[in-house]
Design a protein. Structure first.
Length: 106
């Protein structure tokens, strides 16, 4: 049976299907994660840097990799981008980056 896809389209589709994990996390995905090693009240900008089975490796943007940690995707310490704003919680920016609230600038 042909679906009208050429080899390039099939290669891309195959790659995409493999990169999406059952829990929805992918390498390179941005999120807001709690810094469990230093302060469970601090939520930081983070990136998923690896996925291994049912676990994801979290890296805090702008920080050394000694702060990275493996986590279960259902952890209460991992949040989607925008979670802090929706829940009126502070979000720590990456080291060396200053967050600007455009509502107060305009």
């Amino acid at each position: 049976m042909s679906y009208g896809l050429d080899g390039l389209a099939l290669d891309w589709l195959s790659c995409w299907l493999q990169s999406v994990t059952p829990h929805g996390f992918r390498v390179g995905m941005k999120l807001e994660a709690v810094d469990k090693k230093n302060n469970t009240e601090t939520t930081c900008v983070a990136t998923v840097i690896d996925v291994l089975g049912d676990h994801v490796l979290i890296h805090f943007d702008g920080w050394d990799n000694i702060y990275d940690y493996w986590s279960d995707p259902s952890s209460p310490f991992l949040h989607p981008v925008g979670w802090c704003q929706e829940n009126e919680k502070p979000l720590s920016p990456p080291k060396g980056v200053e967050l600007v609230c455009f509502e107060t600038v305009i």
